[in-house]
Design a protein around this ligand. Structure first.
Ligand SMILES: [Zn+2]
Length: 174
């Protein structure tokens, strides 16, 4: 914890001052370049990956970068997407999966989360991914299976995004 507190103190005394023009502008408004949806995993750093500054990415993180289809589970994820599209008019959406994702592992091995009721229910939102892996990719094994699951999951979540009215509207307009 000490490292985190010292990091914040350093930010306040050194970094903030060096970017004062940027932070002053951002204190008034934001116009992010994209909605970036990714896993909560500590090893994924959207701003490092895209070399962006504060204000450039509207970031939505959850376990497994999952987007529930519209209407199946109203909550923070759906509200964040709606705000990004309808209010901020964010022009792009990125869904980013990652290697060694614990959620993708759990999708392949449901036994791992049998004592985690909230995670288990959340994973039901990735049933498409699970079904695709079982029906179309039964021959893929080992780490390749985990990688394929991650890729299929990103594709499935892109499809789910289209069910959100705010996304569908913007797609139709573009
Ligand atoms: Zn993950």
């Amino acid at each position: 914890m000490e490292k985190l507190v010292n990091g914040f103190l350093k930010f306040r005394s050194e970094v903030f001052g060096n970017k004062k023009v940027l932070f002053t502008r951002l204190s008034q408004s934001q116009a992010p370049r994209a909605l970036f949806i990714t896993c909560s995993d500590s090893r994924v750093d959207p701003t490092l990956l895209t070399q962006t500054d504060p204000g450039e990415l509207f970031i939505l993180r959850n376990a497994g970068n999952i987007v529930p289809p519209y209407g199946s589970m109203q909550g923070g994820t759906t509200a964040t997407i709606e705000y990004a599209m309808a209010v901020l008019k964010v022009p792009h959406i990125i869904v980013c999966g990652h290697t060694d994702c614990g959620v993708m592992k759990a999708l392949l091995n449901p036994e791992d989360v049998k004592n985690l009721p909230a995670v288990k229910e959340w994973l039901s939102q990735a049933e498409t991914t699970r079904r695709l892996m079982r029906e179309l990719h039964a021959d893929i094994t080992g780490n390749d299976r985990l990688i394929k699951t991650t890729q299929e999951n990103v594709r499935a979540q892109l499809e789910h995004l289209r069910t959100h009215p705010s996304v569908a509207l913007q797609l139709r307009k573009s």
